[in-house]
Every structure is written in C-alpha cells, then in structure tokens.
Design a protein. Structure first.
Length: 740
C-alpha cells in the first residue's frame, strides 16, 4: 500500500471580504516546525532533508526548482524563495535549510507558535497528508489563556488527487536517497497542497492568537503511525476596527444634531443600525435631539460592535422681553412681549403672576420686574426680564434756597431729579406764568430777594400735588479789609496782615487793584526779598462767595538810612572836649566812636543824648568823634557825622560855633572857655548888628534870649576881649549858630 503523508501549510493573516471574495491573506511567521521535508540542493535529497513524508517503500520528499536543476529532474519543483501565491492568498514556506514542516502522525498532537501574537479575522493553514487522508482536530490558543476548538474531525485530502481547496499542484516528489537517480514522479498534476479555512468567531477576533494546535485523530485501519499530516505554512487576515465619531450638537432650532461614524478595519463593509425612531441605517444619524444614542455596527463577517455617544444640547436660545409702555401710572396696564431671536421656543411663563403666553397684559401696583421663561421640547430654556415702572404722583421737588451776591445769577437746581421727569418753574404758587422747564432754572442779575415755584411731572403725565417755593436772597457785600502798611529793610520779607479778620471770610491778595489772579490766600501774605517800594491789594470774600466792592491797597516801603548827625565841638577845656549834635528826625538812639569807627559806645549823655564829653585829656590833645543815629532796623542806621576838637593849651580861649538853647539841659548856654582868664567881655550881635547880649563874667553865658524873648534860629556874630592872668589881652571875632 502506498503511504501518503499529510502535510499542512499554515498561514495566519487578517481577512477582508469584498463582494464575497477572500482577500489580503498574508503570511504569518511561525516557529515549531519539527522536520525538513524539502530537498533544496546537492549533494543529495537525503543530505538536505531529515525524514521522508510517507512510509513503506515510497520514501518520498518534495524538492525545489534548484534541486530539480541539480538532479536533472524533468519537471516539478517548489519556488526557490518559498513563496506560494494562489489567488489572493500568499503563503511563505519556512527556510529550506532548516526544519520547514510540522509532521503530525496518527495519535500525535503538535503545535506551531506565532512569532508575534496577533488578532485575526480569519486564518488559512497550508497542509497536505500522506498515506491517505487524515482526520484532524485544530484548536486556537490565545494570549489570554483561552484555547478554543475550531475544527473537529476535519478531513485533509491525500496529497494525490484531492479536489477541494487546492493551493498548488504538480510540483512533483522524489526519493529521499543519495542519488543520482531520484525517481521523481507525480508531475504535472500531483502532488497537491490544500488550504484549511478557519474563520474566527466574533469573540476571538479581538484576541491575540498565540499558537495553533493540531491533533491527528485518524482511525481508519492503516499501519501506525500513518496517515501523516504535514503542516507547511499559515496566512491570515488581521482583525482591526476603529470607530471615529463626529458629533454635531443639537441646538434650539432642532432637532438637528447628528453623529457621523467613520469605521475602518479589515472586515468591511459595515452595516449600521441606530436606536432612533424610525431606525436609521446609515453611518450618519441625523435629525437628532440632545441625548444618548447607540449604533450597532455589523462587519462583513457578521460580527457586531456597539457605539454609544451623546448629542449635547447647544442651548443657543435667545430672547428679550419688552413692555409697552415701560412706565405707567397707578391703575393702568402694560403689555409684556417675549421676543425670540434665536431658536424655536414654544412655551412661555411670566412671573410674578404665573401668566402664560408670548404676550400678556399686567397691571402692576408697584414698579415690578417681570421674568419670562421660554422653553421647548428639546430642553432649551432661556430667561429674559423687563421692568415696568409704576410712576406714582411725584412728590414736590426738593430745591434748596440760595443766597447770591448782588447782581449775580441765581441757579436753582432740582435735588435728585428723577429720570423721565419734567420740572416746571413758575412765578406763582398756583397758576401764574411758566418761567422755564428743566432740572435747573437761572435768574440773572438778581438785585432783590425773589421767590420762584417749581413742580414735577413724571413720564406718564402725573404732576406733583403742590409746587415748591424757592427763595433767592441777595447777600451783603463784605467791606474791604483793613491792612496796615509796612516798612522793611531792602532784600527782606514783608508780611502783610489782615486786621480783625472775620470768621468764615476768605482773604485774597493781588498785585493789581482790579482783575488779575490771586497771588495768595489767607489772613496774611508775605512778599519775599523786597527790593523796592511795592503796593499789594487785598479783598474779602464772605461765605457766600461775595467779594468786597474794592480792594485795599497796602504799601510796602523800603526803610532808608537816617540823616547823618551834624556834630560840633561845644566845650573845650584843658582836659576835656564836649561834642554836641542836633537830634536826627526818627532817631531813637545814638552811638559814638573815638577810634575811627572800629567800635561804638553810647554817648556820655545817654543812648538818646545829643552830647558826648571826652575827659581826662592832656592839653593840646586832638580828638575826632564819630556819631551815628539809630532807629529800629539796622538798615536805618545813618552814616556817621564827625567833628574834631583839640583841648586847650594853658593860655588858649575857646568859643563854640553852635549851641542849642532848647531847654533840654544840653548845650543850652553859649560860654567862653579858658584856663588862664583874668577878665572877659563878650558881646553878641544879631544879623542886623544889634547888640543883644553882653557879659564880663566867664561863668555867665548867653541863653539865646533878648529881653526875655527867645531869638530865632540863625547865625549870630560875637566880639570877645579876654585879659589873661599875665596881662596878655586877646581879642576875637566870630559867629555862632543858634539851633533849637
């Protein structure tokens, strides 16, 4: 009996059906082949294989095209690259140089493992059997640990003359021997390879296939271990499926939402069934309201998957509410209207009042805000509000009485005017003449106290019950302020002061008698670094803003140095000199210096005195006296006046050239001075040459009178005859200045 070896070529790949055809079947890399049953080259078929395919005397193996050429075989041969293509299927044999077939004898169970576990929709195993047909059980093993039996008692035809699922035939066989004769036969119609088609269940498609187990359960009475099932390769169609949704929200104009599904994978085409009413069967469900939707997706193999998605609600409803009119008087009505601008709203409820409808009529007792809620069956909702103002009879306006300056304008102003109200101004409490309209009214050039009346009217024509009287009182102008003139030294500051300032008054200072801008404000004002006589002007402003009719001129005068004292020598003795000077107008004191002005002291006659005596001098000693007049400020100190005197020698006579008979006890009498005098005769003559005084006593001098009458200020002439103690006679003539 001829032994027939059964050999399976197993190929796993993804399966794609198109118009009922099996397509895109690609090789799957496998491990676990246990025999080399294909001779690929020299030196012989026995050297390049491990075991024959069949038993008994047949002793046959398969061979490649390269071996056919090497051995000189007339025909047959497998592709040298091991790639077998049949229709849309591609199978890849394991390398010829190693084990390239899985032999599964009767009562044996063997497995092939995937190099990379993969999901498949369908697999095909490339196989054959020798020594008759084989009965096989085939199970699939997955990475999740599950093992699923797919084929039980499946019959694989002998490699000769099988009629179904033929992949390749006529590739020949030869002896497994050392040659050179290999007894090749069976071509061009035999041997044959067949595919075993295994579509995976919907559950198993998504699993990762790890290995395939083959059990040879043949029972017909052949010699053990035959028949021999031979598995050569596997291919398949990978299983993939991706669902990508595109969701369009439903808005308030709907239902107009949609869900568009893009389904891709190896088991297309797909059919769809949405849980809509009515059922939609396209990839896109349209006209959807907001909510959750489910689509059952069935692939080409009848497997179903489910997609669930939610169409959101784009609540784009919009409306506004209006009232006509917006303001009413008590007891009158307004119509409320809901104006839908976006969407289709079908139900409207107004509160307060729970009124329904797109338009309702209300009669509010007080100002009320109404809220309308608009909805539709899609779940869209939006609120809008409108306020109806109830205008009661307005209260009489509040206006403050005002006081204005004479001749000024009086602006009367409504306090807190209400929007939409009209205010009228009259010259009488009732009736009378309408003077103006508005929230203010101005009286111009007011000179007498005046009363004006005002009333309010709201937007609905309601007027206040009474008019409000408003009194305009004409204020009294403040008097011009009193400010003392001041005198200051050059380059110092001058502070001007309001005398007896009035409480509540404001005082402003100007550089001009009229116009201009204030240079200062307050009860005092300081002009800095005064360099010349200046006039500043002050005005008073009362609490009502009235300004004094005129500005007060204030003079700032620069202080000047006093006149220099006119100093004369009025008494000369052998040991002292007496100097005198006329009082300087404005002076309050004097200072004297005998050292050229290096230092100054008070006069010997006192600070306000007008004489100074220098005593303790030697005879014939000359002294120059400087005298300066002082006032209150240093800048008023005069330049010094001076006079020079010399003490008398032992026989010298001295007659002063000035005296001041004013009764102040200082230099009131004109004397003749000498230390060596025996007798004198002094004669005084007025400007007309009249003798008005005569004395023969050195201790009797002229007091400036004639016959008991004071003589006028002026220059008087004198003659003097002096007899000295040694008999020497001295005659002198001169003049003397009488000063009071």
């Amino acid at each position: 009996m001829q032994h027939v070896t059964f050999r399976i070529l197993f190929c796993l790949t993804g399966l794609l059906f198109a118009s009922g055809a099996f397509a895109q079947v690609n090789p799957i890399p496998l491990t676990g082949f246990n025999q080399d049953g294909i001779a690929e080259a020299g030196p012989s078929s026995i050297a390049t294989t491990t075991l024959q395919l069949d038993g008994g005397s047949s002793n046959k193996v398969m061979y490649t095209n390269a071996f056919r050429t090497f051995a000189g075989i007339a025909g047959g041969g497998l592709p040298d690259n091991g790639t077998i293509v049949s229709g849309g299927d591609t199978y890849q044999l394991a390398p010829y140089t190693g084990n390239n077939a899985l032999y599964v004898y009767r009562n044996e169970t063997r497995s092939l493992s995937l190099v990379t576990p993969t999901s498949f929709a369908r697999i095909r195993v490339l196989a054959l059997t020798t020594e008759g047909s084989s009965s096989m059980n085939i199970s699939l093993n997955f990475t999740d640990g599950s093992t699923i039996s797919y084929l039980s008692g499946y019959t694989i035809s002998d490699w000769f003359n099988g009629a179904a699922n033929i992949v390749l035939q006529g590739f020949g066989r030869c002896d497994r021997s050392a040659g050179p004769a290999y007894n090749a036969d069976a071509f061009p119609s035999n041997p044959r390879m067949y595919f075993i088609d295994i579509p995976l269940t919907c559950t198993d498609k998504s699993k990762l296939l790890q290995s395939i187990t083959f059990a040879n359960v043949s029972t017909f009475p052949n010699n053990a271990p035959f028949p021999n099932a031979v598995i050569l390769a596997a291919s398949g169609i990978g299983y993939t499926q991706t669902i990508t949704p595109l969701i369009t929200p439903c808005d308030c104009s709907g239902p107009n939402g949609s869900i568009a599904l893009t389904v891709t994978g190896s088991t297309s085409p797909y059919t769809y069934s949405w849980n809509t009413t009515p059922v939609q069967t396209g990839a896109t469900a349209t006209g959807l309201a907001s909510g959750s939707y489910t689509c059952t997706i069935t692939d080409a193999g009848g497997c179903t998957s489910s997609y669930s998605g939610t169409v959101p609600l784009n609540n784009n409803a919009a409306m506004n509410a209006t009232a006509n009119p917006l303001a009413v008087c008590p007891g009158t009505s307004a119509t409320l209207i809901a104006n839908v601008t976006t969407g289709n709203l079908t139900s409207f409820t107004w509160n307060p009042g729970a009124l329904t409808g797109a338009s309702v009529v209300v009669t509010p007792a007080n100002t009320t805000t109404y809220t309308v809620n608009g909805t539709n069956t899609l779940g869209c909702t939006v609120n809008a509000q409108v306020t109806v103002t109830v205008n009661p009879v307005p209260a009489a306006p509040v206006v403050s009485n005002i006081t204005v300056c004479p001749g000024a304008n009086a602006v009367l102003q409504i306090q807190g005017p209400l929007a939409g109200h009209i205010y009228y101004w009259y010259d009488a409490a009732t009736g009378g003449t309408l003077l103006g309209t508005g929230t203010s009214y101005t009286l111009t050039n007011v000179t007498t106290n005046t009363t004006v009346y005002t009333e309010a009217e709201n937007g609905t024509g309601c007027k206040s019950a009474t008019r409000t009287p408003v009194t305009v009182t004409v204020d009294v102008l403040p008097t011009a302020p009193t400010v003392n003139n001041v005198t200051v030294c050059p380059f110092t500051d001058a502070t001007l002061q309001i005398q007896n300032p009035q409480a509540g008054f404001t005082y402003q200072w100007y550089t001009t008698a009229t116009g201009g801008s204030p240079v200062g404000t307050g009860v005092s004002y300081t002009v800095t670094n005064v360099t010349g006589n200046t006039t500043i002007y002050a005005e008073a402003v009362n609490a009502g803003g009235c300004v004094s009719a005129a500005r007060t001129a204030v003079t700032i005068t620069l202080l000047q140095p006093l006149a220099s004292p006119a100093v004369t020598v009025t008494n000369v003795t052998f040991t002292s000199l007496t100097f005198s000077w006329n009082p300087v107008p404005g002076a309050v004191s004097y200072e004297v210096s005998t050292n050229g002005g290096t230092t100054y002291t008070l006069p010997s006659s006192g600070a306000a005195g007008t004489t100074h005596t220098v005593s303790g001098l030697a005879g014939n000693t000359t002294v120059t006296l400087l005298v300066r007049a002082l006032r209150n400020q240093p800048c008023e100190t005069s330049t010094p006046g001076s006079a020079t005197g010399t003490t008398l020698s032992s026989k010298e006579i001295f007659v002063p050239n000035v005296f001041t008979p004013n009764g102040d006890g200082k230099n009131d009498v004109l004397f003749v001075y000498g230390n060596y005098v025996a007798t004198i005769r002094l004669s005084i003559f007025n400007q007309w040459g009249q003798l008005i005084f005569e004395s023969a006593n050195i201790n009797t001098g002229w007091n400036g009178t004639y016959k008991g009458q004071q003589q006028p200020v002026g220059v008087y002439a004198y003659t003097l005859k002096v007899v000295l103690q040694d008999g020497t006679i001295i005659n002198k003539k001169g003049s003397v200045n009488l000063i009071r």
